[in-house]
Design a protein around this ligand. Structure first.
Ligand SMILES: [Zn+2]
Ligand SMILES: [Zn+2]
Length: 233
């Protein structure tokens, strides 16, 4: 199945997407499911899972801001409010979830060894963060070295904040039901693909953070640029 493992809803401070429309669009774009990974909340994920049809997978996730950068917990049951990366990872695992390093090396030059060793996977492709500012170039080579060093499976997500971005990055896994997804990701049996989101989309979502407190609803906008294809195994 093909999943987009990084999507925000209007429960995130920087998105306005509605759960029902996310599901409709994801299905129309051939996705079997999504992970909803709002910033520091699981509310949007819970709502999306509640309204999803039986043939569409919704994984409860949360993107948690930590001192080591954003960490995504998938297969969560409860919201996590910590900001220490080791505490966050421990809480994700205590719920039976998996801990994924989001867009590595975008904000940070390096990841501490003690944090890296506790991760279950890392994003090998994030459609919004294809450039590592600090490395003055694309992130893939650095991420691949990091993932190989720590034997971390790679996953991909669009990091969609607008409807047009849904499915821009995909994680393909040989699973046929919900229960198999977690173990298949942990074994690293993933193929990741994606297209980078344009700087226009990123600019508009930066603006959105400012204007969403003033007007509602917020306009949708997106374009696509630059095809990429990565493979893990
Ligand atoms: Zn992030
Ligand atoms: Zn995100």
């Amino acid at each position: 199945m093909e999943l987009d493992l990084h999507i925000h809803t209007r429960y995130s401070f920087d998105s306005a997407m509605k759960p029902a429309k996310i599901i409709d669009i994801a299905k129309a774009r051939g996705l079997s499911g999504v992970a909803i990974t709002d910033h520091n909340t699981v509310e949007g994920a819970l709502e999306t899972q509640k309204i999803a049809p039986p043939d569409f997978v919704v994984i409860i996730g949360e993107e948690i801001g930590t001192k080591a950068g954003d960490i995504i917990g998938l297969f969560l049951k409860e919201e996590i409010t910590d900001d220490d990366p080791l505490d966050v990872i421990a809480k994700i695992k205590s719920q039976g979830g998996i801990a994924i390093l989001a867009h590595p090396f975008v904000q940070h030059l390096s990841i501490e060894d003690k944090v890296a060793k506790k991760l279950d996977a890392c994003e090998g492709f994030n459609a919004r963060h294809t450039r590592c500012k600090k490395f003055e170039g694309r992130c893939e080579k650095r991420i691949t070295e990091f993932a190989n060093h720590y034997h971390l499976p790679l996953v991909a997500g669009s990091d969609a904040h607008f409807y047009g971005e849904i499915g821009n990055a995909r994680t393909k896994i040989p699973a046929s039901n919900f229960d198999q997804i977690k173990s298949t990701i942990k074994r690293g049996e993933t193929i990741i693909t994606g297209v980078g989101t344009s700087s226009l989309g990123l600019f508009i979502s930066g603006l959105l953070k400012i204007i969403r407190y003033i007007i509602n609803p917020v306009p949708e906008a997106y374009t696509l640029a630059g095809k990429r294809l990565l493979q893990n195994k």
